[in-house]
Design a protein around this ligand. Structure first.
Ligand SMILES: [Zn+2]
Ligand SMILES: [Zn+2]
Length: 135
């Protein structure tokens, strides 16, 4: 059986959890954030499994469209100054609860995201400890 790594993330501004325990994707809490397109505002639920790009949203997103991401708690923008190295869209930044960061591309359909641990050995250990408890 394949082991999945589920990333629990929080807002880099207010520190509130972005995990939605009531909205599971593939059996794990999803990452719930507010989004905005040129046409509408809505909510997106991202799968928290690293390397899974599944998501659900309550507004229409077009293929290849860039989406603005906001924290649902403090409403601050989660957009970063860095650009996707695949498609040049703005990246979106989250903090991982156990430490470190995960950045994802804001363009629908682009499969770029990467995880940076501040202290690699430590964080990976904590990570597997968390995973081991079934959290
Ligand atoms: Zn926030
Ligand atoms: Zn991209």
């Amino acid at each position: 059986m394949k082991k999945y790594i589920s990333l629990a993330v929080k807002c880099p501004h207010c520190g509130e959890s972005l995990m939605d325990l009531n909205h599971l994707i593939h059996g794990y809490p999803s990452v719930k954030v507010n989004i905005e397109t040129k046409r509408a505002r809505g909510v997106i639920w991202l799968c928290s499994i690293y390397d899974c790009f599944d998501h659900e949203n309550n507004i229409e997103l077009r293929e290849d469209e860039e989406v603005q991401f906001y924290c649902p708690h403090c409403n601050q923008s989660l957009m970063l100054d860095t650009r996707c190295n695949l498609c040049k869209a703005q990246m979106v930044g989250f903090n991982i609860k156990v430490g470190g960061k995960v950045d994802i591309c804001s363009r629908k359909g682009c499969k770029n995201h990467y995880v940076v641990f501040e202290n690699l050995a430590d964080e990976i250990n904590k990570f597997y400890q968390e995973y081991g408890t079934g959290e």
